[in-house]
Structures are given as structure tokens and as C-alpha cells.
Design a binder for this molecule. Structure first.
Ligand SMILES: Nc1nc2c(c(=O)[nH]1)N[C@H]1C(S)=C(S)[C@@H](COP(=O)(O)O)O[C@H]1N2
Ligand SMILES: [Mo]
Length: 314
């Protein structure tokens, strides 16, 4: 996704980037003498060198698909605050300090406030949930996220009956997030969910992956994961949560409203104006696979959209 050169990007360019990852993986396997064997078996994912999270329980929300290696999850990212190239976030976020961190909760609720992240998280048990992440550019990964369901967190703040939506903001600090020195998007990055989407069991506030604290490039210290929506809805490095009555603006909708709607549900039947959404390329796979309605979470979320035309509410 790109703003300035939006119309210069071709799907072949995207494919090339995926092939680049395969080539690196091939070299890694070759180096380990693992060609012909299973990468997962021969090379356990150890790309993370972060802090292990303790007290993590396994969740029932776990897909059986093979996990994407940590090395790929942490080196092929979209995080425009650290650059627009897929390798930029890893390269440019190494000095970012995600601690200490505070979060504000405001808007249509009875218990607004500012919270130190540790206090904010302390009442909850961390869960590991293996979710698919499907990006609008038609690539996908399978990621063992660690986090807490958003719904019970939101309930603590006692949203009023006027709270129809939840708006999220990323940190705005160009000194710490050098990509914000360029106007590639309007900063800070903002996202939003309808309140029932935010309360759905699947919506996760992630603080880790592969059992460790989130690497900076994946949205440290806290980000959203909404597995039935395109990746850009899963906002990173959140500093603000606001209950609103009106549908909140979202960064990609502001940037290119014809291409990125508020809902952005994964939907093989609704193409992006510049490419098909019928298939996706799982990072690490050679062949594309059919994209599943709601990214495979139809059973859990289809009822949220009953009676809505998903072609107009894209
Ligand atoms: N603040 C912020 N959040 C963001 C983005 C971003 O540029 N800035 N990119 C989004 C996009 S387009 C995707 S696909 C996912 C990627 O998450 P990952 O890098 O952990 O795979 O983050 C989303 N969250
Ligand atoms: Mo994305």
C-alpha cells in the first residue's frame, strides 16, 4: 500500500517481494542442510531475541495451519511510521523504546483515564492464539499472537449507550518514529471498529508473538489483531482508545477512500479496485490458495454483518 505512487505499484512487484522471502528461506534451509525436510522441524523459530512472556495460556482460538517462521513475521512488515518498504520497519525500529508506555481511554464511557501499560494489563491473563493475518496486498501469514481479548478490557471502562464505535490511535512522535517525518499518511495512524466488532471474542489486543514481547516492527508494546479483516485494521503501537458515537476516520480510508473502506472484511468476492482478492499467497508457499470469506472466521463473525451489503460496505 502506498500513497504517492499508488498507481505505480503492480501486483508483480508484490509477488517479487514474496519470492524474495522464499529465496532467503531456501538459503537458510540449505545452510542447515534441511532441504527436503520440513523447515519447521529442522529450524525451530528462534528469530526473536526478546523477553519471554510468562503465564501465557493456550487459547481455543487456534488454527491448525503451519506457523509462519518468526524470521518472516519480523522482517516483512507494514509499519509506515518506520518506512514504507517491507524491510524498513525491522531496520528502522531497532532503537524505538516501547517502555514506559501509557494509554488513554476516553469518550463515551463512565471510567475514562490514563493508564500505565503495566497497570492496564495487570488484571488479565495472557493467551496465545494462532491467527491468520491476511493483508490487503494478498499475502498472508499464520502468527502465534499473545494477547488479551479486547472485549472484557473495554467493558471495564463502562461504555455508555452512545458508544457505537471504538477509535484507536498510534503514537505520534516523529523523533521516535522517523517515518512520520514524511507525509506518506496523515499522522497519527488511526483505526476504528464498530462496538460489536470490538467486543467480538476474536478481537485481540496483542502484546507478543511466539511467546515473547512484541518486536518493535510488529507494533510494540500493544497492537490490535482483528483476524477477519485486512491487516491494516490491526493498528500498531496504540496510545489511545476512544468510545465514539460516530464512525471514526481511519488512516487508509482518508488516504484512498475508494480502495479502503471502514469495514475492510476479508472477502474474496469483493476485489480491491486494482487487484483481485480471490486468492492469497501464504508467505513461504509457492502456490496461491483461495482466500476464505472473513479469512476463515465466517462462523464467528458472519452474524455481525447480517443484512448488510458487503459490496457497498467494503
Ligand atoms: N500504526 C500502524 N499500524 C499498522 C500499519 C502501519 O503502517 N502503522 N500497517 C498495517 C498493515 S497494512 C498491516 S498488513 C499490518 C501488518 O502487521 P505485521 O507487520 O505485524 O504483520 O499492520 C497494520 N498496522
Ligand atoms: Mo496490509
Amino acid at each position: 500500500m502506498r500513497i504517492k505512487q499508488a498507481h505505480a505499484i503492480k501486483s508483480t512487484e508484490i509477488t517479487d517481494q514474496s519470492v524474495y522471502i522464499d529465496r532467503r528461506k531456501f538459503m537458510r534451509q540449505a545452510a542447515a542442510g534441511a532441504i527436503g525436510g520440513s523447515a519447521a522441524l529442522m529450524l525451530p523459530p528462534q528469530a526473536l531475541a526478546g523477553t519471554k512472556l510468562s503465564g501465557v495460556t493456550k487459547s481455543a482460538y487456534t488454527v491448525e495451519d503451519d506457523l509462519t517462521p518468526a524470521e518472516d513475521i519480523t522482517s516483512y512488515n507494514n509499519f509506515y511510521e518506520f518506512g514504507t518498504g517491507k524491510g524498513d520497519p525491522e531496520k528502522n525500529s531497532q532503537d524505538f523504546m516501547p517502555k514506559p508506555w501509557s494509554l488513554s481511554v476516553s469518550g463515551e464511557c463512565e471510567n475514562p483515564g490514563n493508564f500505565d501499560l503495566e497497570d492496564f494489563l495487570s488484571p488479565y491473563t495472557l493467551e496465545e492464539r494462532v491467527y491468520r493475518l491476511r493483508c490487503v496486498e494478498a499475502w498472508s501469514m499464520v502468527i502465534p499472537w499473545v494477547g488479551i481479548p479486547l472485549g472484557p478490557v473495554l467493558s471495564q471502562f463502562k461504555p455508555t449507550s452512545n458508544a457505537k464505535y471504538v477509535a484507536f490511535k498510534t503514537l505520534h512522535d516523529p523523533e521516535r518514529m522517523p517515518g512520520q517525518k514524511r507525509a506518506v499518511l496523515r499522522w497519527p495512524y488511526v483505526e476504528g471498529l464498530r462496538i460489536d466488532e470490538a467486543m467480538n471474542d476474536l478481537t485481540l489486543l496483542a502484546v507478543g508473538l511466539y511467546g515473547e514481547e512484541l518486536p518493535n516492527q510488529n507494533g510494540a508494546p500493544i497492537r490490535l489483531v482483528v483476524p477477519w479483516k485486512y491487516g491494516f485494521k490491526s493498528i500498531k503501537s496504540i496510545v489511545s482508545i476512544e468510545f465514539t458515537e460516530q464512525e471514526p476516520p481511519t488512516s487508509w480510508n482518508i488516504a484512498a477512500g475508494r480502495e479502503y473502506g471502514f469495514y475492510s472484511n476479508v472477502n474474496p468476492k469483493v476485489d480491491h479496485p486494482r487487484w483481485s482478492q480471490k486468492k492469497e499467497r501464504r508467505i513461504g508457499d509457492i502456490f496461491k490458495r483461495p482466500t476464505l470469506m472473513f479469512n476463515g472466521y465466517e462462523e464467528q463473525v458472519a452474524s455481525l454483518y447480517e443484512g448488510m451489503d458487503l459490496k457497498t460496505n467494503f
